[in-house]
Design a protein. Sequence first.
Length: 200
Amino acid sequence: MQFLMALAGKATVFLRGMTDNILMIYTEKGIEPFKKPLMFALPSVLILYGAVYSPLGSKLAVDKRELDKVRLIVDHYDEYKDAKARLAAYQRRLPLIKDKEEWLNFVMTSTAKTHGIVFDSLSAQTETEVGGFLLVSREVAVTTTYAKFGKWVADIESSPIMLKVADVTIKKDSSRAGWIKVTMKLSTVFARSDAAAGAV
C-alpha cells in the first residue's frame, strides 16, 4: 500500500512538472513547438478512440437496452404472472390433443344418450388450425322435444372442458306436437403440444 502511495506521489510530481514545462514553453514560444508532436499524436489518439472508446460506447448502448428490458419486465412482472396463470387455467379447460379424433364425438353421443336423444345424422369432424390451436367442429341433426333439447344443451354448455354450441337451427316437427327438428354445430378447441408447452 505504501509503495502504491509513493508511486502515485511520484506520478503527481512528474505530471505537475511536465505541465509547468509545457506552460513555460508555450508562454515563451507559443504553439509552434507543439505542432509537430500534435501531428504525430492526433492519429494515435484517433486510433485509440476507434479501438477502445467506440466499441465500448456500442457495448454500453447494448447494455443499456438490456437494462431497459429488465426494468420493463420487473415493472410488469405481476401482470405477466397473472396473465400466465390465467392462460394456464384456460389450457386446463381444453381437451387433450391426443384425444382429438374421438373426444367431441364421445361427448356428443354420451350426453345425448343421457337425455334420451337419438341422432338423425352426424357429420364428419372438421378441423381448422388457428395459431397454436386446433378448432374442431361437428354438426348433428336430431328430432326431439323442446324439454329434452333444452336439458341437453344446458348439459353441454356446463361442461368443465370447453364445448361450445357454435350454431343451431330449430324447426317445428309438423308431424308431432311439441317436437322439433334441430341442426346443431358443436365446437371445441385443442391446444397443440407446442402451444401447451409454451403456456407452462
